[in-house]
Ligand binder design. Structure first.
Ligand code: PEP
Ligand code: MG
Length: 738
């Protein structure tokens, strides 16, 4: 029998029957690894690591020798969660001498953290007199024993408070783009991370190997199917899946799993171990291509584990959990919201992406463009998400947490001040009336109408409720949803936007787009006009919901006046059939596609209103994907180009007598909102979270004075990338809350 297997077999026996398992464990490890010393340090309350058992050090030091987390080599291993392999430990800068242990003669040391579900529970180490570096097999054996020891500590309740979450590792800070403001403190939940295996050891390696082979085959079959069924020859996704399949078949990592099984682990524990090693390797890789391949591999590991241990997936979401993911689609986000997350952090995703818009509707604080955190965090690690400042602190210090608690209280006070603003008339300091409306999409957002004192709903994104349900409901169900919206609005105007699906807003089960640029692909109204049945059903539902009340319908992603006419013809056809027909039907368009800007005279003759979707309009005008965080700084609504477009649009709409509003995310930001108002656009539709601050700034700005300043800033700044600085400078000088 090999050393690791013999050791593991004896440990298994010990865990089942042993009277003093820890003392016995250190004795066994010392003898099997041929080391003179083996010790266990266990984390106690107060972040102290106490020598709990030893073979080789003086027995009287047990219970007496204590090191703070971060102190000495043992404390360093606990603080970083990383093992240390030191040929000459006593000359390591972190070494702290503890005479009572009698460790003077031992030169080399291998110390590994004992971790479980993101928490360090202690440290396991071996020492030898000879100056030597421990080899790979020895490291592997000690890490495996540490995995077992973690179970033992938790089962025995020795690691006090471990389950409650002593995360004794060093804090790390990450920055990202704020997607939705807010703060949360809670445990990390890694999207797709596998739960720890429920069975660690196995009697029969042959049987475990067979289970592994079956699971690998099943996974391979799944991938083959995916490749052949879904994807046509030679396109992008196919190549990615092919690469993925190569990784899945890679003999190297499967051999490592087999080795671990031969060592005595169950198939799932072996896969889990190799996954841990992969994560360690990922931490060191800089090359983005290789990092992506390793990410694929980890994904594969997740699939394998679910096959091997089907009950291991979908662990419950702990209260206050902060979800970490590489990317999140809107449907996935809704699913996680239903499961109870309190906030999320994604490596990809920007503020005007659809997941962010949805998160705003759901009130979930979120951060995008955060790199590297997935690789170095574990499920259960405590984190502080400060989405206002674009910060994620992994394993925050106590003082930092206390400071944030105080900040949260201060925010409560600010919110109360905003609530007091609710019933004040919405106008600028010089008395210009403005209309602040809400963007909404879910029934739960309707309460915000009264909470914010908004003038109505300027954009109701109908597809969001469908994404939440995961399907498009029938006419009667849709009508019930829309009627509820009109009821909640109680006579205030509501603009329903027809389905804007496609791009990144996909219903579960719909095939992923194989277009090169889904945002510019077959989406939104384009689907509606090519396959009119779904759009007609929705239009009928809207007319039925109105039941005689006034109804406003707006079409998204309109590129030509002709498309608008076709869509309006569908609406009129339904209108002719529905009784009672709405008392007033207004039909408008979103302005999101630049081509419409050069059809304004014709367009403005046809439409009842126009709402500018700056999220899409900006991405198409600047040819800069709205979902790519690294591009976020490259274009600005406060740029000469955008301000010229908006000013021209305003003057054309005003002379045609067509109401114009802005409903992109920028309308909900104070500086942008006051600039839009100065250009003459005084109907703004925004997320509820932005409304109080916008109302506050508008109430303090003297619009004619600012308009004059803006004109001169636009004149002198022509050609600049952005006019944000001079505009913000003026606002600050005048004490405006921007
Ligand atoms: C927009 O594009 O600005 C808009 C409001 O629509 P959405 O964000 O839903 O694409
Ligand atoms: Mg849009």
């Amino acid at each position: 029998m090999s050393t690791p297997r013999r050791l593991l077999a004896r440990l298994r026996h010990l865990m089942a029957h042993g009277a003093a398992p820890m003392a016995e464990l250190v004795r066994l490890v010392a003898s099997e690894l041929v080391s003179e010393v083996c010790s266990v340090y266990v984390l106690r309350p107060g972040d102290l690591l106490e020598l709990a058992a030893t073979e080789g050090l003086r027995p009287e030091a047990v219970g007496r020798t204590k090191l703070r987390v971060g102190q000495g080599i043992i404390g360093l291993v606990a603080a970083t969660g990383q093992m240390l392999n030191l040929p000459d430990a006593q000359n390591h800068p972190a070494f702290v001498y503890r005479g009572e242990t009698g460790e003077d003669p031992y030169a080399s040391m291998l110390a590994v953290p004992v971790r479980r579900a993101g928490h360090t529970l202690g440290v396991l180490c071996v020492q030898n007199r000879a100056t030597r570096r421990y080899d790979g097999d020895e490291v592997e054996v000690l890490e495996t024993v540490a995995m077992l020891l973690a179970e033992l500590l938790v089962a025995a309740g020795t690691a006090d408070g471990a389950e409650e979450g002593i995360a004794a590792t060093v804090p790390r800070r990450f920055t990202g783009n704020p997607l939705v403001s807010g703060m949360v403190i809670g445990p990390i939940l890694r999207y797709g991370a596998a739960a720890p295996p429920r069975r660690l050891l196995a009697d029969d390696p042959v049987q475990e190997q067979a289970r592994l082979s079956r699971a690998v085959e099943e996974m391979q079959r799944g991938l083959e199917e995916l490749i052949s069924r879904r994807l046509p020859e030679g396109d992008g996704p196919r190549e990615i899946l092919e690469a993925y399949r190569l990784v899945a078949a890679d003999a190297g990592w499967l051999k490592r799993v087999s080795d671990a099984i031969r060592g005595g682990l169950s198939a799932e524990a072996a896969v889990h171990r190799v996954a841990g090693e992969l994560r360690d390797r990922m931490r060191r890789i800089v090359d983005p291509y290789l990092r992506e391949r390793l990410a694929d591999l980890e994904d594969m590991v997740g699939r394998l584990l679910t096959t091997l241990d089907p009950g291991s997936g979908h662990a419950p979401v702990p209260p206050g959990a902060i979800l970490l993911a590489r990317r999140l689609g809107p449907a996935e986000l809704l699913d996680w919201h239903a499961r109870g997350i309190a906030g999320f952090v994604v490596e990809e995703g920007s503020a005007s992406g659809h997941a962010a818009i949805l998160a705003r509707a759901l009130g979930l604080p979120a951060l995008g463009g955060v790199r590297g955190v997935l690789e170095i965090s574990e499920d259960g690690d405590e984190a502080l998400l400060d989405a206002d400042d674009g910060l994620l602190v992994l394993r925050p210090e106590l003082e930092v947490k206390q400071a944030y608690d105080r900040e949260m209280q201060a925010r409560g006070v600010r919110l109360a001040r905003w609530a007091a603003l609710r019933d004040r008339p919405t106008e600028t300091a010089d008395g210009t009336p403005v209309q602040l409306m809400l963007n909404a999409g879910l029934a739960l957002e309707l309460a915000q109408l009264d909470a914010t004192g908004a003038a109505g709903i300027g954009l109701f994104r109908t597809e969001i409720a469908m994404l939440a349900r995961g399907a498009i409901p029938d006419v009667a169900e849709q009508a019930a949803v829309y009627a509820r919206v009109l009821d909640a609005a109680a006579g205030r105007p509501v603009i329903f936007r027809t389905l804007d699906l496609g791009g990144d807003k996909l219903l579960p089960g719909s095939p992923a787009s194989d277009e090169e640029n889904p945002a510019m692909g077959w989406r939104s109204l384009r689907i509606g006009l090519d396959r009119p049945a779904v759009l007609r059903r929705q239009l009928r539902a809207l007319l039925l919901a109105a039941g005689g009340r006034p109804l406003s319908v707006m079409f998204p992603m309109v590129a030509t006046v002709d498309e608008f006419r076709q869509a309006r013809a569908l609406l009129r056809a339904e209108w002719a059939r529905v009784r009672p027909a709405p008392e007033r039907l207004s039909v408008g368009t979103m302005l999101e596609i630049p081509a419409l800007l050069w059809q304004l005279p014709e367009l403005l003759r046809e439409v009842d209103f126009v709402s500018v979707g700056t999220n899409d309009l900006m991405q198409f005008l600047f040819a800069a994907d709205r979902g790519t965080p690294s591009l976020a700084g490259r274009y600005d609504i406060l740029s000469p180009a955008m301000l010229n477009v908006l000013a021209q649009l305003h003057s054309a709409a005003a002379s045609a007598g067509v109401p114009l509003s802005v409903c992109g995310e920028v309308a909900g930001r104070p500086l942008e909102a006051m600039t839009l108002a100065a250009l003459g656009i005084t109907t703004l539709s925004m997320p509820a979270s932005g409304l109080p601050a916008v109302k506050e700034v508008l109430a303090s700005v003297d619009l004619p004075a600012f308009r004059a300043v803006l004109t001169s800033i636009r004149r002198t700044g022509a050609g600049a990338a952005s006019l944000r600085e001079p505009i913000a400078g003026w606002a600050r000088e005048h004490g405006l809350p921007v």
